[in-house]
Design a protein. Sequence first.
Length: 240
Amino acid sequence: MKLLRTTLLLSILPFSPLGWAQNSPTISLVANAEGGNPTIAPNTWVEVKGLNLSKPGDSRIWQQSDFTNGQLPVSLDGVGVTVNGKSAYVYYISPTQVNILTPPDTMPSKVAVQVTNNGSAGTPFTAQTQALSPSFFVVNGGPYVIAQHSADYSLVGPASFSAPGYPITPAKPAETVVLYANGFGPVNPAVVSGSETQSGTLAPLPVVTIGGITAQVTFAGLVAPGEFQFNVVIPPNAAT
């Protein structure tokens, strides 16, 4: 299920579960949730950090019960976020961090981001925006991107990372691997705002290099909310 896969991928995002007693939500940072770029984009996973963003001790991700009629939740436990005056989709809440998917609508170069916690609206925070805010999903903050072998969808990485029942092996020259990414912009057909199901392809295809060598990209597009998938052929002459 695409929602389950997205939840598993997003579970790597850094969370800060500590709570603080404040009168209203206060934002200190708005950034791409993968890589920390403070310039955000439409339909992009974004982290909002600050104080009193949720009730003390209230930290959780979305659950299936938070979805209604195939729509992503715009609030969890009374915590909501607006971006440029429009409701964002809330994946994770805690007193010090909220993770959201921004609306897919075009944004001006600067937008107001505002958190509401249990009816109390915080001071808007100004965030920089652009059409794209590209980043790969990575393992534990890097340096490895999340990748799978296309043949069996097992994970790509050093064999030393393997665990019982979870084999991890390096990629091989000329094989196709699957990469996952965030913030790569509009697709065709266009995203339906708030839909639990997202699809559409990028045109033109992105340029991907591996070891400094341009790789063949056979597919690039959305496969789940805010989740881009790239199918990439490892260059035959790539180094080990």
